[in-house]
Design a protein. Structure first.
Length: 137
C-alpha cells in the first residue's frame, strides 16, 4: 500500500513540473477526408483567396471561413493545422477536403481518402505549439 502511495505522489510531482498542452477544443467531428484535385490550383476559393495546393488550407461546409482546425488521420495519428478557406460541394458527404500538402503531411496522399477527426483550434492551443510546426498561410 505504501509503495502505491509513493508512485502516485511521484506521478503528481512529475506532472506538476511539465506544463500540459491545452486541448484543441470541445467541438469534434469524425468522418472522411479527401484532397483537392490539381485542377483547382489557382482558382478562387469561397473566402476570395486563390487556392494553392501547397498551402495548409481546407474546405469545410459548416465552419466559418478563416477557422483554424486540427485534422488528425485516425489511421496513423498524424495531425495538421489548416485554415478553412473554401466550401465542399453540397452533395459531398466528406467532412473536409484538404490541400495535397496537408494530405502528404497526414500520410494519405496515395489512398485519396482517410478517416479523420476534425477539431476547431483554440488560441491557447496555437500559442502552445512550437513555432516550427506552424505552416499556416
Amino acid at each position: 500500500m505504501a509503495l502505491a502511495l509513493v508512485v502516485t505522489l511521484g506521478s503528481l510531482s512529475a506532472q506538476a513540473q511539465t506544463k500540459p498542452r491545452p486541448k484543441a477544443t470541445a467541438a469534434v467531428s469524425v468522418g472522411t477526408a479527401s484532397y483537392y484535385a490539381e485542377k483547382f490550383h489557382g482558382r478562387k476559393t469561397a473566402s476570395g483567396e486563390i487556392f494553392d495546393n501547397t498551402a495548409m488550407t481546407a474546405a469545410h461546409n459548416s465552419l466559418p471561413l478563416g477557422t483554424l482546425i486540427k485534422v488528425t488521420n485516425l489511421r496513423n495519428h498524424r495531425w495538421v493545422i489548416v485554415k478553412v478557406t473554401d466550401r465542399l460541394h453540397h452533395a459531398n458527404r466528406r467532412i473536409v477536403d484538404l490541400t495535397q500538402a496537408a494530405a502528404k503531411q497526414l500520410g494519405f496522399i496515395h489512398w485519396g481518402l482517410t478517416k479523420v477527426r476534425v477539431e476547431v483550434v483554440s488560441k491557447e492551443f496555437m500559442n502552445s505549439l512550437p513555432y516550427s510546426t506552424l505552416a499556416i498561410n
